[in-house]
Design a protein. Structure first.
Length: 269
């Protein structure tokens, strides 16, 4: 058995790749075992490499685990240059939306593949990642993936690969839906006569506080929390009668997430 330290290659250090890297270092993974490959490194990434001691754009060498964090559209062009990173038994963890296990295996010399979909709150350690492991992934490799992905938040595993597209539609894209809710709520406040800056502060603080209340109430269902705000016949009930109507928020969210899931499938080509 090799005595070399476990090696980890990160391909792509944009927002999500950088969040993962920060999570790993914060969790105590040795920087000396990490190699980062980023064709257009920012000054911040260069400084971070000098400060922490991980390799940045060193000559490609085989790694036991490769985390692929490039844009899905870049896979085809990037694949040939990634081949030297793989050795027999390497684990590939891909966060590329839509790219299937079969698609990845056809372009890269990997059979043990984990598809993962984190989301942007990973940047503050509060992300949620959905993950799927191919049949070739060993228990030890799945444990490795769990450890790496949990560096930026919680991890949930699915048993069927197509469900990763559903994860993408719900939690992967979900933060954008929440941010748009703040925008819409602020616009509604301005339409009711509030100064625009005040309406935005009210909307933003409301969503921030509600999210934190949800976080601190893990045993309380969202339905119960909603009911706790709602007095029968009151102002909240009047608004919910609109939001919970047949063409309300639930129907709109179903259409929106279906569109996101469909697009994730289209990206597999």
């Amino acid at each position: 058995m090799s005595s070399k330290p476990a090696s980890l290659a990160l391909v792509g250090a944009g927002k999500m790749g950088a969040a993962l890297l920060g999570g790993w270092l914060g969790a105590g993974i040795s920087a000396r075992t990490i190699s980062v490959y980023e064709p257009h490194p920012s000054d911040e990434l260069k400084q971070f490499a000098e400060q922490e001691g991980f390799a940045l754009n060193a000559p490609p060498a085989p790694a036991q685990t490769i985390v692929l964090a490039i844009k899905p559209q870049m896979l085809e062009a990037a694949a040939p240059a990634l081949t030297p990173l793989f050795e027999s038994g390497s684990l590939l963890i891909s966060i590329l939306a839509g790219k299937t296990v079969a698609n990845l295996a056809a372009r890269l010399p990997a059979s043990a593949i984990v598809r993962a979909m984190p989301n942007t709150p990973a940047a503050i350690g509060r992300g949620i990642t959905g993950a799927y492991a191919s049949a070739e992934v060993t228990p030890a490799q799945r444990e490795t993936a769990q450890r790496l992905l949990s560096g930026v938040g919680a991890v949930e595993w699915v048993d069927a690969e197509p469900l990763i597209d559903a994860v993408t539609a719900i939690s992967g894209s979900g933060p954008a839906y929440v941010f748009h809710l703040v925008e819409a709520l602020a616009q509604a406040g301005a339409a009711l006569g509030l100064p625009a800056d005040l309406a935005l502060r009210l909307a933003r603080a409301t969503v921030e506080g509600s999210g934190e209340l949800l976080h601190r109430s893990p045993e309380t269902s969202p339905e119960t929390l909603r009911r706790n705000v709602t007095s029968p016949g009151g102002t909240t009930q009047a608004a919910l009668d609109v939001l919970m109507g047949s063409d309300g928020l639930a129907a709109l969210m179903a259409r929106a997430t279906a569109a996101a899931e469909k697009r994730a499938g289209e990206l597999s080509g």
